[in-house]
Design a protein around this ligand. Structure first.
Ligand SMILES: Cc1cc2nc3c(=O)[nH]c(=O)nc-3n(C[C@H](O)[C@H](O)[C@H](O)COP(=O)(O)OP(=O)(O)OC[C@H]3O[C@@H](n4cnc5c(N)ncnc54)[C@H](O)[C@@H]3O)c2cc1C
Length: 281
């Protein structure tokens, strides 16, 4: 294997197997820069996926939540809208979502929280809003993220990295689609219904997020049996260069609403799973 080190020196390594595991963006970029390794059928960089988020906030004047305490991972999660018997298609979209309440709401994070539509985000109205913060909670929506051929990674034709070697940076093309908006509409309604049933005197929606640097970016080197629609095989070998090169972790055909690192749902599932409207369980 030949590579360029950070000082621009070309080096050679000999190995039986090379594992490319430099996170989603750099893995795809390295393969694209290596003469399009894995791109014999034009699939490299396709099916990029990012995690989605959404929140519904609520005010409970008589309850103090202490939401700044405890680790975020101690969250409470409701999986009813993600379960096998949740009929997403009957509700007009594909996929599900978990609804959860997180701890560890720290000051800078709180400052970024959206305010209700009737509160100005500055001066006295904002100060008064912050004073009632202990009585505010949010239900966080974590939906499935589907894979789309239109969401992709490629080499930027114009911008270059800072190495001084004139190497292109990666260009990311992604956006929320109508299905994601319908799913978020439904989940926001469910959150509002639950919060009102709990006694909230006011609820308001936060922004919907499906953007780059969600820290849960997947795809670009899709796993599948058919090289015409995937980049790596079920044992993560690159289809067009079998044997020496393996791609780690960028292969998942579908970003389940769960966190990607433990990889409990998608690992070793070929790409036909992407056609399954239900999240794998
Ligand atoms: C704040 C935060 C919270 C998260 N919480 C969770 C969670 O609760 N649960 C969960 O499952 N996931 C969580 N994640 C996501 C999880 O951390 C990532 O999915 C996982 O770490 C990705 O692992 P990776 O090995 O693919 O990439 P990384 O861990 O990013 O490793 C890539 C490595 O490649 C190196 N590298 C990059 N480019 C090159 C290059 N050109 N040459 C050589 N080396 C290179 C990097 O230095 C790095 O060491 C979270 C992420 C963040 C940021």
């Amino acid at each position: 294997m030949e590579y360029v080190d950070p000082l621009g020196v070309v080096r050679t390594d000999h190995a039986r197997t090379v594992i490319v595991a430099s996170y989603t963006f750099e893995t795809v970029r390295l393969l694209l820069l290596s003469g399009g390794l894995g791109n014999a059928t034009g699939q490299l960089g396709k099916h990029f996926m990012v995690k989605q988020w959404g929140d519904v906030y609520a005010h409970f004047p008589d309850t103090v939540f202490n939401a700044h305490t405890g680790p975020a991972a101690q969250m409470v999660t409701l999986d009813d809208f993600n379960a096998a018997d949740f009929d997403c298609v009957a509700n007009g979209f594909v996929g599900g979502a978990s609804l959860n309440v997180e701890n560890q709401q720290l000051p800078l994070q709180i400052a970024r929280d959206p305010v209700p539509p009737d509160v100005a985000a500055w001066r006295r109205p904002y100060q008064e809003h912050l004073r009632r913060w202990p009585h505010i909670m949010a239900v966080r929506i974590q939906p499935d993220s589907l894979s789309y051929t239109t969401d992709h990674l490629d080499l930027d034709p114009r911008y270059r990295d800072r190495s001084g070697l004139g190497i292109p940076v990666l260009r990311v093309t992604t956006d929320m689609r109508p299905n994601e908006h319908r799913l978020q509409d439904h989940m926001q309604q469910q959150c509002t219904r639950i919060l009102e049933r709990m006694g909230a005197v006011q609820t308001w929606n936060g922004p919907r997020f499906r953007g780059v640097a969600s820290s849960h970016d997947l795809g670009g080197a899709r796993m599948g049996d058919d090289p015409r629609s995937s980049v790596v095989s079920r044992d993560l070998q690159v289809h067009d260069t079998p044997g020496p090169v393996r791609v780690q972790r960028r292969h998942l055909p579908h970003l389940h609403r769960d966190q990607p690192a433990p990889d409990p749902h998608g690992h070793h599932r070929p790409s036909h799973r992407a056609a399954d409207p239900r999240p794998s369980r």
